[in-house]
Design a protein around this ligand. Structure first.
Ligand code: AMP
Length: 192
């Protein structure tokens, strides 16, 4: 079973994905974390991905697809929480094609909804705390644009397939976590 967390940068996907993974006994997969690790280790993937990440652009699909295929192919008894993937239509279709191969189905797609002014406030706070290389003002603006143009259309893509669950992403972390768990847990009990 696969749960997908969708939402703009700063929506709290990473935090909520970790909490949900723990709650469901599933494995958390963040393509952003995997890429940051590859950059830190200086692998070939990391060298290729770095400039795209620093500009707030999407890393080319073929690099991402290989990484995700390898991960999902390794198997997880409790299923997967996907955080930051899929990010565009090509990736969503490629995931759909991969499901049979890896013997998984999508339980649901959680759309974490946060207004844009709140996102900018949160990302600025995170930049101060973590010093992420892609949290400069210009990059953040670009990441929000890339989200609107490439990732947001997945809301309709999954909505049309009856898989979408909108969750209010404003409030306390635990409070939002309870909302996410309620929809994700229910979806996990009714496989499609
Ligand atoms: P994130 O931590 O999910 O915000 O990702 C940080 C950066 O990694 C993004 O701005 C992209 O440059 C890159 N990235 C992460 N996931 C993907 C993906 N699924 N497809 C393309 N690029 C990605």
């Amino acid at each position: 079973m696969i749960w997908i967390l969708l939402g703009p940068p700063g929506a709290g996907k990473g935090t909520q994905a970790k909490m949900l993974a723990e709650h469901l006994g599933a494995e958390h997969v963040s393509t952003g974390d995997l890429l940051r690790q590859a950059v830190a280790e200086g692998t070939e993937l990391g060298r290729k991905a770095k400039s795209f990440m620093e500009a707030g652009e999407l890393v080319p699909d073929e690099l991402i697809l290989g990484m995700v295929r390898e991960k999902l192919g390794s198997g997880s008894a409790g299923g997967w929480i996907l955080d930051g993937y899929p990010r565009n239509r090509v990736q969503a279709e490629s995931l759909a094609g991969m499901l049979g191969e890896v013997g998984e189905t999508i339980a649901c797609v959680v759309d974490l909804q946060v207004p844009e002014d709140e996102l900018v406030r949160r990302i600025a706070g995170r930049a101060a705390d973590e010093g992420r290389a892609d949290d400069t003002e210009e990059t953040v603006r670009n990441r929000l644009r890339v989200y609107r143009e490439q990732t947001q259309p997945l809301i309709d893509y999954y909505g049309g397939r009856g898989l979408l669950q909108a969750v209010d992403g404003v409030g306390g972390i635990e409070e939002i976590g309870s909302r996410v768990q309620a929809v994700a847990g229910a979806a996990g009990r009714t496989p499609r």
